[in-house]
Structures are given as C-alpha cells and as structure tokens.
Design a protein around this ligand. Structure first.
Ligand code: SF4
Length: 207
C-alpha cells in the first residue's frame, strides 16, 4: 500500500477515534499533515481552538509564526510534516492527561514509522516529554539528542514565543540551526548504522 493510503487510513482512524474523553468535546480531530517523505517533522502538543475548528495543525497565530520560521530556513509547510502528540483539543487548552497521552500516542507512533524522518523537532514541553521522559524544556531546548534511530531536536513552542520576546529570540536562533542539525543527524545516523550502535540519549554537537 502507498504511503498516502496508509496516512489516510491513520487519519481516518483519528477522526473517528473514541479512545478518550476528548472525542466528546472536539469539533474536529487533527491528524496532522504534510510531506510524507520529509526528513524532518514538527510535533507539537495538541490542537488549539483554530486547529479544532479547521481540523488542521498549527493554523492559528502560533502556526503563522511556525510558517514564518520555516520560511527563514527556506522551507514551507508543504515541505515538512506537522502534527501533534494529542490529536483532539483538550477543553480550554488544558494540559493533556496521562491517559489521553497513553491512548493517543499510537497514532503519532504510526505516523513516525510511516514517514520515517531522520529528525523530529519537538515544539514545547509536552512534545519533548513524550519522547524523552523527565526532560526539561528549559534546560534541553536547542540540544539535539539521539532517540531510537532518529534525532530529537527540542525547541520552544511558537505559542510560548508569542507570549515572550525573549523566548521568541531563542526560538528563532535555534530554529535557524535546523538545516545543520539535520545534516549532522544524517551523518551521525549513517555512522550509527555502520557501527550498529544505538547510543540513545547521547547529545550531538551543533557547532
Ligand atoms: S485525543 Fe487521541 S485518543 Fe483521544 S479521542 Fe482524540 S484521537 Fe482518540
């Protein structure tokens, strides 16, 4: 089966999913969208109000900032894949609950397996914690690390950047390093597969 067909199957399962309480309050589930062959994907926490209204990820002000940041590294939304850990909006944008994360994670796992990116850029605390347990975004933002056979690059969430000019400056600086991080990830993963060593948790240099 083609990638597009498999992605459509996952999306269909997401929009009809009733595995957690969020199905009762959502307007639209948000499966995620973009280039299924992208070497880099962007993963946020959960849909907000605009995303819930439209059924698409990052379409509000935070999404506009994400698109702007992408343009600064000569990419557009359609070049990459964008999604969230949680596919339905938590009411009033509250933090996702543990059981919601547990129930929903299989969808993102299937999407990552399908797209097979080299680099996963996590946006915000929850997305980072989904991949790296007990990680602290305040300490680990901008520090790429090996995760399974991929590289995770944790960044602040664009919504946090909209609330703080300091965070916005850090996000922009670290976002601009994505092409270099991706290049290093490709090299490192190539070497890793040659030596068949999976040094999960190791940090990679961005210098
Ligand atoms: S948040 Fe995830 S698990 Fe819960 S209903 Fe939506 S798609 Fe299903």
């Amino acid at each position: 089966m083609k990638k597009e067909e498999l992605a459509a199957q996952i999306a269909k399962a997401v929009v009809s999913c009733k595995k957690c309480r969020l199905c009762k309050t959502r307007k639209n589930a948000v499966p995620g969208e973009g280039n299924l062959n992208s070497a880099v994907i962007f993963v946020g926490e959960a849909p907000g109000q605009n995303e819930n209204d439209q059924g698409r990820p990052f379409v509000g002000r935070a999404g506009m900032l994400l698109a702007d940041l992408l343009s600064k590294i000569r990419l557009s939304r359609s070049d990459v894949w964008i999604g969230n850990v949680i596919k339905c909006r938590p009411p009033d944008n509250r933090a996702p609950m543990v059981d919601e994360l547990r129930n929903c994670s299989m969808y993102l796992e299937s999407q990552i397996k399908l797209i097979n990116p080299k680099l996963i850029v996590t946006l915000g605390r929850f997305a980072l914690e989904h991949f790296v347990k007990d990680a602290k975004i305040s300490k680990e933002h901008g520090v790429a690390q090996v995760w399974k056979d991929r590289v995770i690059y944790p960044l602040y969430h664009p919504a946090a950047a909209l609330r703080s000019p300091q965070v916005a400056a850090v996000l922009e600086k670290e976002f601009k390093k994505i092409p270099r991080v991706l290049e290093e990830a490709r090299e490192m993963l190539k070497e890793d597969s040659r030596s068949s060593k999976k040094d999960n948790g190791a940090q990679i240099s961005l210098m």
